[in-house]
Design a protein around this ligand. Structure first.
Ligand code: SAH
Ligand code: SF4
Ligand code: F3S
Length: 439
């Protein structure tokens, strides 16, 4: 009890992807249920939790930097505890405490929700817990992100082995949540007022539970729950089916956005990345999507400077990006992850070339994003109001059907509402509009 009485408040910082954001929401609820109180400022917390990411070296360096800063709080507050959870905790395990001795707890991706037990020193718990497992994952209750939107994880882990990627190692093999669990979770959130739900998985298209595949699941969620707007991510090009696209065309609740990571535009690089599709296959999917859907936002992930990527192969990525015209893209320099198959390849593209390649790609994509956004001008997009603009509190910030941010001024609209907004201005990053009066 001694230990317990000292930790009363906690603060969580989240790094990485939506999967971590979803886990943070659940961890937050778990801690609150056990009597701990969240605080907005980490300086007020008795327990500081970092939910971490390992996907690139930079993501880990940021966490090490933060740990250095947090260490100083311990001088003033000796009972302060520090927990590192999630992907980096999974990857490094007790090495993390060896490197940063003031870290108190290290909980891997399948152990995150045991944090209250660990800080209460329950039997069977340990300072470092990283065993992967949990065949049945339906005990994890998803929790909404905001009062009006939420994530529901449909599968944890990943069975693909893209050669550069640490995720399968830190998240374990793919385990699907049962269809009933997913439908119940969505229903519960909708009852609590959630308007928009994003179904999450590293590769949602490989979802399979009993006889239910991903399009069947989407169809059931759309049909059997009161959710207004439904999204999903991420789609792997090798598994995205025509059945899914046909369903998107038929089901208005499914929002017109597909995040379809291309990674590279050369077949030789894709092969070495272990992506198991060709550029031709990718383009065929895009063609089918655009043929079946009048309006669709396509976004992607791209890596430059993969081991052995020649200048010509990099140019091939630029060419595909130019051809597809993505609405936006996340673009990265290749970062070697220890233990992955690509780590055995020499990291032979010089850093200065990686930077040059990335900068040129970003500049090109920015121009494409601007053009794509210009195509929205004068259109009416039903948008979910999420809050106010960061710069101007009198301006509302909303999410369009295509997942773009639109800013508009209105005094009569409440956060959480879905309203028609006519787009009047567009740059590479943001749309601006006016509330459309519906007659
Ligand atoms: N499951 C998702 C995304 C996982 S990680 C998918 O398959 O698309 C998100 C993105 O990070 C990846 O799409 C990839 O573009 C990038 N990424 C992953 N590992 C990386 C590495 N070692 N170096 C640089 N970028 C990487
Ligand atoms: Fe990583 Fe590939 Fe799995 Fe995505 S599909 S998480 S890139 S291994
Ligand atoms: Fe996500 Fe990073 Fe982990 S991208 S799954 S938080 S390694």
């Amino acid at each position: 009890m001694e230990k317990r009485s000292k930790i009363q408040t906690f603060h969580i910082s989240t790094y990485g992807c939506q999967m971590n954001l979803a886990d943070t929401s659940t961890l937050m609820a778990t801690m609150i249920n056990r009597g701990y109180r969240p605080v907005d400022n980490e300086r007020d917390a008795d327990l500081i939790i970092l939910n971490t990411c390992s996907v690139r070296e930079k993501a880990e360096q940021r966490v090490f930097g933060r740990l250095g800063e947090i260490a100083r709080y311990k001088f003033r507050k000796p009972h302060l505890k520090i927990a590192v959870v999630g992907c980096m905790a999974q990857r490094l395990g007790k090495e993390l405490i060896e490197q940063v001795p003031h870290v108190d707890y290290v909980l891997g991706t399948d152990r995150v929700f045991e944090l209250p037990d660990v800080i209460e020193d329950k039997p069977g718990t340990d300072q470092v817990m990283t065993a992967l497992g949990h065949e049945n994952i339906d005990f994890i209750t998803p929790v909404k992100e905001t009062p009006y939107s939420g994530f529901v994880t449909i599968a944890r882990g990943c069975d693909n082995h893209c050669s550069y990627c640490i995720v399968p190692y830190v998240r374990g093999k793919e385990r699907a949540h049962s269809t009933d669990y997913i439908i119940d979770s969505v229903r519960r959130m909708v009852n609590e007022g959630v308007v928009e739900i994003t179904l999450l998985g590293q590769n949602v298209n490989s979802y399979s539970c009993d006889e239910t595949d991903f399009p069947d699941l989407l169809k059931r969620v759309a049909g059997e729950t009161g959710v207004k707007r439904l999204r999903f991510m991420t789609s792997h090009p090798k598994d995205l089916s025509e059945k899914l696209v046909d369903l998107m065309a038929a089901e208005p609740k499914i929002m017109p956005h597909v995040h379809l990571p291309l990674q590279a535009g050369s077949n030789r690089v894709l092969k070495r990345m272990g992506r198991v599709y060709t550029v031709e296959h990718y383009l065929k999917i895009v063609e089918y999507i655009r043929k079946k859907l009048d309006y669709i936002c396509l976004t992607t992930d791209l890596i430059v400077g993969f081991p052995g990527e020649s200048e010509k192969e990099y140019e091939a990525t630029l060419a595909v990006v130019r051809q597809v015209k993505f609405d936006s893209a996340f673009m990265f320099r290749y970062s070697t992850r220890p233990g992955t198959p690509a780590a055995r390849y020499p990291d032979d593209v010089p850093e200065k070339d990686k930077i040059r390649r990335l900068n040129k790609l970003i500049a090109m994509q920015q121009e494409i994003s601007r053009c794509q956004n210009q195509r929205e001008l004068n259109q009416v997009r039903f948008s979910l109001v999420e809050g106010t603009s960061r710069r101007d509190a009198t301006v509302l910030r909303a999410r369009t059907e295509g997942n773009k941010t639109v800013l508009f001024a209105s005094e009569n609209v409440a956060v959480g509402g879905v309203v028609p907004v006519r787009i009047t201005e567009a740059d590479a990053f943001t749309l601006h509009g006016q509330l459309e009066e519906l007659t």
